[in-house]
Design a protein around this ligand. Structure first.
Ligand code: NI
Length: 183
């Protein structure tokens, strides 16, 4: 099932998310649908609040970015109840976008390396360290679980410059190839 994507300005994107349990209803179907929704909208990551569910779950697939990078080829994962336990390395800039904020891309600084604990879709526990682009996507999606959007990480000046574009998104005055839920 393809879900519509929640647009910037919707309160669910700012809500505190809750952990889910192993017997969360239709968890496998939900994760499959999140992947389907993400591929349909040509994203590389999707967090549950973006489909109007305030729970600690996100999916990612870095393989579209990995044509030349072997380690991304099979980088498809679901992260349930994730917690970042360590950040390391230098902050670096990378141009980010977000399905909830269509038409805006900006450079965002984040740490190079993270370690996080999570459960996968088979409820196996993992503690793993990621670098580079996968670490980048994970941090962006993880922020969604804390009600943080990439635009929050820009300078006050940059944010002021984006203000009218952001309010246009909230009003639905933006072209997307996927359906959106407006506030
Ligand atoms: Ni996003």
């Amino acid at each position: 099932m393809i879900y519509p994507i929640v647009a910037y300005g919707h309160p669910v994107l700012r809500k505190e998310t809750e952990e889910i349990s192993k017997d969360h209803p239709n968890l496998k179907e939900l994760i499959d649908s999140m992947f389907e929704t993400m591929y349909h909208s040509e994203g590389v990551g999707l967090a549950a609040p973006q489909i109007n569910l305030p729970i600690r779950l996100f999916v990612m697939d870095a393989s579209p970015m990995g044509d030349e990078v072997e380690e991304f080829k099979d980088f498809k994962r679901a992260f349930i109840n994730p917690y970042i336990t360590e950040e390391a390395g230098e902050d670096w800039s990378f141009n980010e976008g977000c399905l909830s904020i269509p038409g805006i891309r900006e450079d965002v600084k984040r740490p190079e390396t993270i370690t996080l604990e999570y459960y996968d879709e088979n409820w196996e526990f993992h503690s793993e360290t990621y670098h580079g682009i996968p670490a980048r996507i994970i941090q962006h999606e993880y922020d969604h679980l804390d009600g943080i959007l990439f635009t929050d990480r820009l300078s006050p000046l940059k944010r002021r410059m984006l203000k009218s574009k952001l309010s246009a998104i909230t009003k639905g005055k933006v072209e997307t190839s996927y359906r959106m839920i407006l506030p």
